[in-house]
Ligand binder design. Sequence first.
Ligand SMILES: [Zn+2]
Length: 118
Amino acid sequence: MVYKKADDLSNLTVRQLRARRRRLVKGLPDFEAVLRGSLVDQGRRCGKAGCRCARGELHGPYLYLAVGRGPAVSRLVYVPSSLEERVRSRVELTAAAEKALEEISAVNLELLRRRELG
Ligand SMILES: [Zn+2]
């Protein structure tokens, strides 16, 4: 997929590459909103003896933000329902921004190959 994208870029003129880069930069969000992670719903055990959760009927599900890279280092941060909408939109914006940064970098790499980086 990445290779295909690079092939597409090689067909563009320097002017087109710069226009694409400008467009990508314009679409970047306010960086103060950046929030990286992925949202997961998870049930919980409360630990009280005799509670239904001890028999497998978990409480929740509750919303968590899974942060960190890879399952080994990921941890869960509870997302209160009052913040769910805000967290959701920020996580989506951040994922889109990271994709845009990759594309901007690919454009700059192509410009570098042509000695047109500027
Ligand atoms: Zn319980």
